[in-house]
Design a protein around this ligand. Structure first.
Ligand code: PPE
Length: 308
């Protein structure tokens, strides 16, 4: 997915020009994957552009850093204000994707992360449908990866650590090379975990099911949480439940959730067509309600929006 440059990037408390947002090649994070990040979206609403669930994302960033023993030199309020300032400075009135990054910078080499300086950057740019417009409308083809998702005692699965995405990248390569759109990974005990950058849901007999993050080693997703809320408000039963690969093959419907991906129907898993291969009624209802919520079209969800 190409990046469209914007004017300014927030770095360690100040807005710098896009081209000047650079770091030294000997930065610790580049060598050892020592960092944590977030992905946030802002959408155009009837009253202007608004960031979706900003505080929850920045709170998760701080939780990731706590797990990784990275001391972030900014408070939650300061980080939220910084996001708003970046969206505003770049005039992103039609919405954007926002990428906050905490990384260990230049000054120390060697595996020990503790002495390395901590840097924080926040960029924002317009970003289209992560898995393509066609995927959003017609669904994506999934492959169960031969790469296993992290064991939570090998990698802290509740943290969105930068280095952890080597695992996602390997699964993504395998899926794309084999002609699929995206990978589903199983956890160390063989349960369904998550995708390379999304959580997933199946629908069975009208009930929405998603793997519990603590058991399945999946990132606790903010879009997943949003969908649970929306589903309950629409009168559906939605719950966390462990699942195995055949639960995916035999689902009535299935879909992915993530900030970048949004809500994307799954058309097949390992070439087993899900349902009739078209986005099902529960998926399309959840998807359209999600888009109304992020675009400020449903009053009860206005608390999720931070106006810029
Ligand atoms: N699992 C993983 C592994 C993951 O990376 C994400 C977000 C999710 C689940 C869904 O979380 P949430 O966004 O809170 O619903 N992935 C981010 C990064 C994607 C990327 O390509 O980079 C995102 O969606 O912004």
């Amino acid at each position: 997915m190409p990046i469209t440059p914007t004017e300014k990037i927030w770095m360690d408390g100040v807005l710098v020009d896009w081209a000047d947002a650079t770091t030294h090649v000997l930065s610790h994070g580049l060598h050892y994957g020592t960092g944590a990040f977030e992905g946030i979206r802002a959408y155009k609403t009837p009253t202007g552009v608004a960031v979706f669930r900003l505080r929850e994302h920045m709170a998760r960033l701080l939780r990731s850093c706590k797990v990784l023993m990275i001391d972030v030199p900014f408070s939650l309020d300061e980080l939220c204000d910084a996001v708003v300032s970046v969206v505003r400075a770049n005039g992103l009135v039609n919405g954007c994707y926002i990428r906050p990054l905490v990384y260990l910078g230049y000054g120390e080499m060697g595996v020990n992360p503790l002495p390395a300086p901590v840097n924080v950057a926040i960029a924002a740019w317009p970003w289209g449908a992560y898995l393509g417009e066609d995927g959003l409308t017609n669904g994506v083809r999934m492959k169960i990866s031969s790469w296993q998702r992290h064991d939570s005692n090998a990698m802290p699965t509740a943290a969105k650590g930068t280095g952890m995405y080597l695992n996602s990248g390997l699964a993504k390569i395998e899926a794309i090379k084999a002609g699929y759109d995206e990978a589903i990974m199983l956890g160390p005990d063989g349960q369904v975990s998550e995708c390379t950058g999304e959580n997933l849901f199946v629908v069975r007999d009208g009930v929405l099911l998603t793997p519990p993050s603590s058991e399945a080693g999946a990132l606790p997703g903010i879009t997943q949480d949003t969908v649970m809320r929306i589903a309950a408000d629409l009168g559906f039963t939605a719950r966390f439940e462990t699942m195995i690969r055949t639960d995916l093959y035999l689902a009535d419907e299935a879909f992915l959730t993530g900030t970048a991906a949004e809500v994307v129907p799954i058309s097949s898993v390992d070439d087993r067509i899900v349902g009739d291969g078209k986005p099902g009624p529960v998926t399309t209802t959840i998807q359209s309600t999600y888009f109304q919520a992020v675009r400020g079209e449903i009053d009860r969800y206005s608390g999720w929006l931070t106006e810029v």
